[in-house]
Design a protein around this ligand. Structure first.
Ligand SMILES: Nc1ncnc2c1ncn2[C@@H]1O[C@H](COP(=O)(O)OP(=O)(O)OP(=O)(O)O)[C@@H](O)[C@H]1O
Ligand SMILES: [Mg+2]
Length: 328
């Protein structure tokens, strides 16, 4: 299981959006993903509809060291995408962890509970420096920080996020290395030259900084992101084609490139994602659906590459047939 925390001490840069969409995309590629909502404001917890709501959430997990999966893990309407809800309504966890001797390491110590159940754990965090944020970073193999291409955001990144990584460095003495940091430039306006300048500056500044890397993928500012959030869907299912007359690629392609850059080992799986919902039937079959087309069933499990590819081929055939009928 890979553990990635999505962090930024600045609010509103796109942490929750990235967690929801990356998680949704990777689940649609057939991997088992768990989202952990560590933000007191439960934005990620309310992004997707739930098919099963667990009685507990991060409060029981972190305050009581609850380890029973069925007590903690809710299931979203997206197959393969599970969630530990944020339910620390009174914001008690922060104080509690601050005063617990193992506070900042508590999540790290709880990870073995999830290891065999998931391929990826994605942690969404609050947009401010806190014990919870430090705890998330100390549990992660990788920290991903969205940054908007504005000079103020870049400054805050230095002051806040980089400082945080530096401050937890003494944990090295306990054998815990701070995770590498990847910067994701988010909400890039296609025509703003200022945005492009800030983007270049960010790349230059971090070129020589050890442990920090600006990702090649950047995320354009497009309306598909808020639209997907409103519909409770991952963005790649909402915009899988590039709209005519727009230079920014389809959200599906952006998510594919981003996921591929972060998790190169899963690229082959990512190549197969089409943006169409995949449903697992009670018999363990996969069902692909598209409005106006007949549903396609495969005998595959989500881990079976070849069957998956066959299903995609069937889908393309169905697409062609639908088009021919449409034109005929
Ligand atoms: N690439 C994008 N294009 C357009 N809108 C975006 C994009 N990324 C994020 N947004 C929008 O920006 C707003 C803030 O995003 P989000 O909630 O993900 O930020 P956050 O970092 O989680 O904020 P907070 O610190 O409050 O938790 C949301 O309305 C989201 O839909
Ligand atoms: Mg958020």
């Amino acid at each position: 299981m890979q553990v990635v925390s999505i962090i930024s001490t600045k609010g509103g840069v796109g942490k929750t959006t990235t967690a929801a969409n990356l998680g949704g995309f990777i689940a649609d590629a057939g991997l088992r993903v768990l989202l952990l909502d560590l933000d007191v404001q439960p934005t990620l917890s309310s992004y997707f509809m739930l098919s099963v709501r667990a009685p507990g959430g991060i409060y029981e997990m972190l305050a009581f060291n609850e380890r029973r999966i069925e007590q903690l893990v809710s299931r979203t309407a997206i197959v393969g995408l599970d969630l530990v809800l944020s339910n620390d309504d009174r914001g008690e966890l922060s104080t509690l962890l601050l005063h617990a001797p193992d506070g900042r390491l508590r999540l790290r110590h709880l990870l073995p509970t999830f290891r065999t159940h998931y391929d990826l754990l994605l942690i969404d965090t609050q947009g401010a420096r806190s014990v919870l944020l430090e705890m998330a970073v100390l549990a992660s193999d990788l920290a991903l920080s969205p940054v908007t291409p504005e000079i103020l955001a870049a400054r805050e990144l230095r002051r806040g996020t980089l400082q945080l990584i530096e401050d937890i460095a003494p944990y090295r003495h306990l054998g815990i290395e701070p995770p590498p940091l990847r910067l994701l430039i988010n909400r890039v306006h296609p025509v703003s030259s200022n945005a492009r300048m800030v983007q270049q500056a960010l790349r230059q500044v971090f070129q020589e900084q050890a442990g920090v890397q600006v990702l090649d993928t950047d995320v354009p500012a497009i309306e598909a992101y808020p639209r997907a959030a409103t519909r409770g869907l991952p963005v790649h299912r909402v915009e899988y084609r590039q709209p005519a007359g727009r230079t920014a690629p389809a959200a599906l392609e952006t998510m594919r490139t981003l996921a591929g850059e972060l998790f190169p080992a899963w690229r082959e799986r990512f190549a197969l994602v089409t943006g169409r919902p995949v449903v697992r039937t009670s018999g363990g079959h996969l069902k692909f659906t598209k409005p106006g087309c007949t549903s396609i069933y495969t005998s595959a499990t989500a881990s079976d590459h070849r069957a998956d590819r066959n299903a995609r081929a069937q889908l393309r055939r169905a697409d062609r047939q639908a088009q021919e009928i449409g034109h005929g």
